[in-house]
Ligand binder design. Structure first.
Ligand code: MLC
Ligand code: AMP
Length: 470
């Protein structure tokens, strides 16, 4: 099945633009170079080369593994090793000539140097298009294979909900290695045919410029982007001419929703999703948008609420339960992780999101929180407490570490670490994590403490960590 066709608007990333025909020509050259590989990694910086490389993988039917461009050696080694990526595609000069890893890593293929090549045949709908790495509560991130069929179903459902057509001009500046920026923000534009303006970083003044100069109609942001936008009234007012402002990846605070409406005249469309499920619930362009609610299930999506003991929870708008979903845009299981896969599906085939929700009698969903405190959402990034604890413990001076998410006005939550260590300062520990993993995973605050609160079993009681600061 085709994910995108030969017609559609141009793609611009950070000021460089490719017409659709040029994009397809360059993507075909990538496809010809990588055809037959088991999987390829892409150094997923904000560049047209990332778009060309991902499109090339999709044309070739080779699973694409986006590598966060700021990821450190530990994270890169895990993603490259676990996924079995055979090549690393990157813009020329973006990765040091020595390769992605201290030991070299997979052979580097500069995307800019490829030319020529025909693509024949169309991969099947169940072929894997992308393998995205996402954090769990413990351990290293897990690979989530996403099929072509899942992407097509997910994007078509969104096009229906948002009345998204080639007449839209999509604007965003989100990272190109997660569902939001890559699947919705790049493949969504390629599939619907709308032109894409990627602003490099999701800065309010860049969104305002794209509204004024490029006729942007459809704007994507995580809540941090929207809270920064409402703090810059001139930038927000420039979005008045837009058609739809969309927020997702984390809860949009009600005051930000209200301020956006007063400054832009738009009630934002909120939508809810996960790496494993793509977007499953959304407000509609032709429907009402309520602050604090993420909308109703997309066409083709079923949801249900379950109590901890598995019994059904009523849709009374108040009783919280774990949200389960069933939909054609779901993944089928984690890469190389059968036990994690088994634990995330119920016996009757529903995916357990781990999110706690309440559903109104009219079907509107409200995300109340998460079942586990060990998954942190900071600036829309999903960060596992266990991965950060492991990184801190790898520092020779660290004896114990516990990581939690704490409220942060700009990021929603921030990564906060409590560490027992000898002879190392907070700054050094922050940098240690930023260098080994990704900069966005670094703790924003490190508290050096004498000991961690533990229960009779010796397990850290994370709810009592806050007491240590007093
Ligand atoms: C700071 N920096 C450091 C550092 N301290 N670098 C190394 N070591 C240190 N100790 C640098 C960083 O490299 C970066 O540099 C800069 O500081 C800021 O880093 P940041 O942590 O990214 O902060 P900020 O710019 O404030 O980011 C806010 C943000 C970002 C909103 C722009 O969090 C973001 O892009 N979020 C989007 C996440 C997302 O797309 N999630 C979707 C998941 S999919 P420099 O040079 O780069 O500025 C999903 C499904 C769904 O959830 O439903 O959508
Ligand atoms: P990720 O796998 O990075 O896509 O993160 C998925 C998680 O982000 C979900 O399990 C939710 O906890 C959270 N999330 C996504 N969208 C929303 C939203 N609109 N409101 C609240 N939480 C959200």
């Amino acid at each position: 099945m085709e994910l995108f066709g030969g017609t559609g608007g141009p793609v611009r990333v950070g000021g460089r633009e490719l017409a659709r025909a040029e994009l397809l020509r360059r993507a075909s050259a990538v496809a010809a170079r990588i055809g037959g590989a088991g999987a390829v990694a892409v150094h997923a910086d904000a560049s047209v080369e990332t778009v060309v490389a991902v499109a090339g993988g999709i044309l070739a039917g080779v699973p694409v593994v986006p590598l966060p461009p700021d990821s450190g050696p530990d994270e890169r080694a895990h993603i490259l090793g676990d996924s079995g990526a055979e090549l690393l595609l990157a813009a020329r000069g973006a990765v040091p000539p020595g390769g992605a890893l201290p030991g070299g890593g997979p052979p580097l293929v500069p995307v800019d140097d490829l030319a020529g090549g025909e693509v024949t045949g169309t991969p099947a709908p169940d072929a894997t298009a992308l393998v995205l790495y996402t954090s769990g509560t413990t351990g290293a991130p897990k690979g989530v294979p996403i099929s072509r069929g899942a992407i097509a179903a997910g994007l078509d459902a969104l096009a229906d909900a948002w009345a998204w057509t080639p007449d839209d001009v999509l604007v965003h500046g989100l990272p190109l290695f997660h569902v939001h920026g890559l699947v919705l923000g790049v493949l969504g534009a390629l599939r619907t045919g709308s032109p894409l303006v990627h602003t490099g970083r999701p800065r309010p003044e860049a969104y305002a410029a794209a509204a004024r100069d490029d006729g942007g109609t459809l704007f994507f942001g995580v809540p941090t982007v929207w809270s920064r936008t409402v703090a810059d009234a001139a930038a927000a007012e420039a979005l008045r001419g837009a058609r739809l402002l969309v927020s997702g990846s984390a809860p949009l605070p009600v005051p930000v929703f209200e301020r956006l409406e007063s400054l832009t005249g738009h009630r934002p469309v909120e939508r809810y999703g996960m790496t494993e499920t793509l977007i499953t619930v959304s407000a509609r362009a032709d429907g009402e948008r309520h602050p604090g609610y993420v909308g109703t299930p997309l066409p083709g999506v079923e949801t249900r609420l379950r109590a901890e003991d598995g019994t059904p929870v009523p849709s009374d708008g108040e009783t919280p339960g774990e949200l389960h979903v069933r939909a054609p845009q779901l993944f089928r299981g984690y890469l190389n992780r059968p036990e994690a896969t088994a634990a995330s599906f119920t016996a009757d085939g529903w995916f357990r999101t781990g999110d706690i929700a309440a559903v109104e009698p009219d079907g509107r969903h409200r995300i109340v929180g998460r079942a586990s405190t060990d998954l942190i959402k900071s600036g829309g990034y999903r960060i596992g407490a266990g991965e950060i604890e492991d990184a801190l413990l790898a520092h020779p001076a660290v004896r114990e570490a516990a990581v939690v998410g704490t409220p942060h006005a700009d990021l929603g939550e921030q990564v906060t670490a409590y560490v027992v260590a000898d002879g190392v300062d907070e700054r050094r520990l922050v940098d240690f994590v930023a260098e080994r993993l990704s900069a966005h995973k670094r703790p924003r605050t490190v508290h050096l403490v004498d000991g961690l609160p533990r229960n009779a079993m010796g397990k850290v009681v994370k709810t009592r960590l806050g007491d240590l600061e007093a």
